[in-house]
Design a protein around this ligand. Structure first.
Ligand code: SF4
Length: 346
């Protein structure tokens, strides 16, 4: 883990929307995704966002996030909303988690507060705090019940599976729903996935309900900026669903989960500028980014943009406050995420 930490609050003037790795993502549904931090306690070999060794890490002030969430709720409507905490890192390293969850639980219209975690930092006191802060569900990324396999995949020397299993029971007994979300690495953890399914079925046979313990197998995806398991070839989506169908038949369990299984539905989207790929846009640089070739730009008070610096340019403090012209290279309105390149050639 690196020491450089950038704290973002209202005074920092860094917009909370538009940048993929922090703030708020609106995918046009009733789920509002929050990314409050980038720190991680692991450096998984397959991490699609390369977390765990950023040059600079980010922490967003919880009150600043709440303020923006309230703005978004005014647009989406204050009913049946889910707030999902899904940082490019580990949420249990976010010191303001309790405050954030508590405040979210007091907001009208938010019925579900969920989060993603690798689960390794869970303990009875931590779970107790999560219970008091009214967390609804935790998605835990457990890829194997064998410590050796987890250590290999998560690039660590210790991975206490027994402790994690005990904590899963404590979570369920604390009225917090658990979703085990293993990634299937074809040829690497096939047997492990089946063992996790058997574990889920055994727990359900002990009397825990399907909503108390769910399983959502993830497809292994490769991203340009992520880390990859060299020897593993990801399969197509068709192949993945065929694999899930086979497992569903074999274990008589529902594994193909879609948005409706989580009550996710379309909802009004926070409006953004009609920026398109290749547009040239004026951007004020307001912060460094996670890497030396990345920084955060501001288009207006509520909309930010990730700016990639073209080699050999690297970030320096002298860039802060400068208004540059960047070329939009990604304008994903489905996710409200923007990326620009600077300098650019027309
Ligand atoms: S996969 Fe999750 S736990 Fe692993 S390094 Fe990435 S963010 Fe951290």
């Amino acid at each position: 883990m690196n020491d450089k930490i950038q704290y973002i609050d209202k005074t920092s003037k860094i917009p909370l929307m538009g940048v993929d790795f922090l703030g708020i993502i609106d995918r046009g549904t009733n789920v509002i995704e929050l990314k409050p931090n980038t720190l991680c306690n692991l450096k998984c070999k397959y991490c699609f966002v390369s977390s765990g060794n950023y040059d600079t890490n980010f922490i967003v002030n919880s009150n600043y996030l709440i303020e923006k969430v309230l703005d978004i709720i005014r647009i989406k409507g204050d009913y049946n909303l889910e707030i999902h905490l899904s940082p490019y890192g580990e949420i249990l390293l976010y010191r303001e988690l309790e405050n954030l969850l508590k405040k979210l639980s007091e907001i009208k219209g938010i019925s579900i507060r969920s989060m993603q975690s690798n689960g390794l930092l869970l303990s009875k006191p931590v779970i107790n705090k999560l219970k008091k802060s009214k967390l609804t569900r935790i998605n835990i990324s457990l890829n194997s019940l064998k410590e050796e396999t987890d250590c290999y995949l998560c690039n660590c020397t210790q991975y206490d599976v027994d402790k994690l299993i005990k904590n899963i029971y404590t979570l369920m007994n604390s009225n917090i729903q658990v979703l085990i979300a293993p990634v299937w690495f074809p040829g690497e953890n096939d047997k492990d996935i089946e063992e996790i399914i058997e574990f889920v079925l055994n727990v359900r046979n002990e009397g825990y309900s399907e909503s108390q313990l769910q399983i959502g197998i993830q497809k292994y995806l490769i991203y340009k900026t992520g880390r990859t398991l060299k020897k593993i070839q990801p399969k197509s989506w068709d192949y993945f669903y065929l694999y899930l169908s086979r497992l569903e038949k074999k274990f008589k369990i529902k594994l193909k989960l879609g948005p409706s299984d989580f009550g996710i539905h379309k909802r009004k989207r926070v409006s953004t500028l009609d920026l398109q790929k290749n547009h040239i846009v004026k951007i004020e640089i307001v912060s460094r980014g996670r890497w030396e070739n990345e920084c955060i730009g501001k288009i207006n008070d509520s909309l930010g943009i990730k700016v990639l610096l073209k080699k050999p340019l690297v970030f320096s403090d002298g860039l802060i406050g400068k208004v540059i012209e960047g070329k939009v290279i990604k304008a994903n309105y489905k996710d409200n995420i923007l990326t620009a390149l600077f300098p650019h050639k027309l």
